[in-house]
Design a protein around this ligand. Sequence first.
Ligand SMILES: Nc1ncnc2c1ncn2[C@@H]1O[C@H](COP(=O)(O)OP(=O)(O)O)[C@@H](O)[C@H]1O
Ligand SMILES: [Mg+2]
Length: 387
Amino acid sequence: MRAISPEATIGILGGGQLGRMLALDAKRMGYRVAMLDPTPNSPCGQIADQQVVASYGDLAAVQRLGVMCDAVTYEFENVDVRAVELLEGSGVRIAPGSRALRVAQHRLREKRFLRDQDIAVTPFAAVTTADDLTSAGEHVGYPAVIKTAAGGYDGKGQAVVHTRAQALQAFERLRGRELIWERFAPFTRELGIICARSESGQMVTYPLTQNIHEENILAFSVVPAGVPAPVEERAREIAQRIALGLDFVGTFCVEFFLLPDGELLVNEIAPRPHNSGHYTIDACTLSQFEAQLRAICDLPLPAPRLTSSAVMVNILGSGSGDRLLGIPELLSDPAVSLHLYGKRQALARRKMGHFTLLRDPGTPPAQLLQTAREARKRLSWGSASAL
Ligand SMILES: Nc1ncnc2c1ncn2[C@@H]1O[C@H](COP(=O)(O)OP(=O)(O)O)[C@@H](O)[C@H]1O
Ligand SMILES: [Mg+2]
């Protein structure tokens, strides 16, 4: 495959922070960026050279984007597969391809794919009817997480259920959507790994992170994860198998549950850079975004090296004001780097930015996390008049 050099135009479907950070790396390297999102001046749109303002399902607009670009990628998995197929059919280089997207955007297809690859997942069943629900309760069992098969993110479209009454309630709420019943995994930790693979098959994996969620949204990613080396080795090997099984081109993330006996279950695959990989911008020799860019442009992908221990801390909106307070206090630590996504409204639970806190290699993960929790307390939201 021909390498695509800077000065070419990279297209991004989606205008969120992942697209923004990809665009920032692309611009640094001399590429032009065109993007498509329904909202003008989105986080990515603010950085891009050209914005196509249209819905993701607007295939004519997707085609217009394709015509502007030498290569196209996407920054979230809820893009319409037909849009990706359309670009594939019209000879535009688009990666990851429609096959990988089709699998990764649908929890049932994803779990079946993993099972077929002999990769362990939590027991699950498809649920569409009330009878399916009863059968899943009997055969897969409680406690369980009922999720929409498609369209969920950041814990949206999910319910944890312990009893049949709760299951029925969740079923009523999510009714009409294709659902998956997953046995609740009694994990001791959640882990994540970023992997990138290029058009010509060069593949790299990043260090494993420990991911800590609050109310089903990622709060902290700590690296190194502080797990035994064989666990990290297995995670790497699983990620590589997934990359090959999907013939994946680009950057992706595998989320894992670590069970008390040391077994790893795959929770899900994100077919794009991932929130838990933001630490790579400040703590690795190659960011997950530059890796994505190099992968789709078929440029060399050198093995990324961790240059310090790190914690990535998400900054979520609280709904109590749009102005982030405490930035000078946060930045009084010279090893903190701040990333804000250019979103105006700090709605509750909205991902507004993150910061990465760097420490010397060898700092114990528990200490890293403690320092990060303290640092996060310096930030709060207020209104402009509160200043
Ligand atoms: N089967 C499960 N067992 C235990 N916890 C789960 C399970 N599924 C999801 N969770 C919890 O909910 C979080 C979000 O679920 P996930 O499937 O990763 O969806 P999302 O697309 O919202 O990230 C997970 O990181 C985990 O903390
Ligand atoms: Mg997840």
